[in-house]
Design a protein around this ligand. Structure first.
Ligand code: GLN
Length: 207
């Protein structure tokens, strides 16, 4: 797909939809909210926002989007999930609800609210593969981490080991597998659209 200005949907069931719509526009795409299967079928890529993965999982069923979305992802729809969106895209979520649905678009196992055992929310400057320039300022809010990543998964960013946080080990917080990108943090909240630009390049088939 190589439209100059692709149409990127933002799953608009719950979470920080407005922020992703704004950042996606700034990153060079036409951003549209997606609540129905007909809307999903029109987009060239989809953002799954931060919010609450258990709620979004339930609403995907209510809005009859779960199977259409799985189908489009299987067919190669480019997708970008932040935080709760990363959890939804994963193959498996630890510490999730037993009835929580997984979209299984990324061969990763995530742990929900993982950093919460140390601290609920924090910010960190990260080196991010594929994002040029200064380190990326990342905001984590009740964030997951990637506990396991399959062979086909590229690790794009990790929170370094932190002796200050009781010797907390390094953790994977951004990954890509093919056309699917995910971050445990919220690039939509910092005004820095570099991660959204990377996603729009992926949608265009240029990254
Ligand atoms: N803890 C939330 C969940 O499990 C994710 C938090 C977020 O998206 N900021 O869905």
């Amino acid at each position: 797909m190589s439209k100059a200005r692709p149409v990127v949907g933002v799953l608009a069931l719950q979470g920080d939809v407005a922020e992703h719509l704004a950042m996606t526009e700034r990153a060079g795409a036409t951003a549209v909210p997606v609540r129905r299967a007909a809307e999903l079928s029109e987009v060239d890529g989809l953002v799954l926002p931060g919010g609450e993965s258990t709620t979004m999982s339930r609403l995907l069923e209510t809005f009859e989007l779960l199977e259409p979305l799985r189908e489009r992802l299987r067919a190669g729809l480019p997708a970008f999930g932040s935080c709760a969106g990363m959890i939804l895209l994963a193959r498996q979520a630890l510490d999730g609800r037993p009835d929580q649905h997984q979209l299984d678009a990324l061969d990763i196992v995530v742990r929900r609210n993982a950093f919460g055992r140390q601290v609920d929310s924090f910010e960190e400057d990260l080196e991010f593969t594929g994002v040029d320039g200064a380190p990326l300022h990342a905001v984590f809010i009740r964030a997951p981490w990637v506990e396991k990543a399959g062979q086909g998964v590229e690790v794009l960013a990790s929170v370094p080991e932190d002796p200050g946080r009781a010797g907390a080990p390094a953790r994977i917080v951004a990954v890509r597998q093919g056309m699917v990108l995910a971050t445990a943090f919220h690039p939509e909240l910092t005004g820095d659209e570099r991660v959204h630009r990377l996603f729009v390049r992926i949608v265009r088939g240029q990254a």
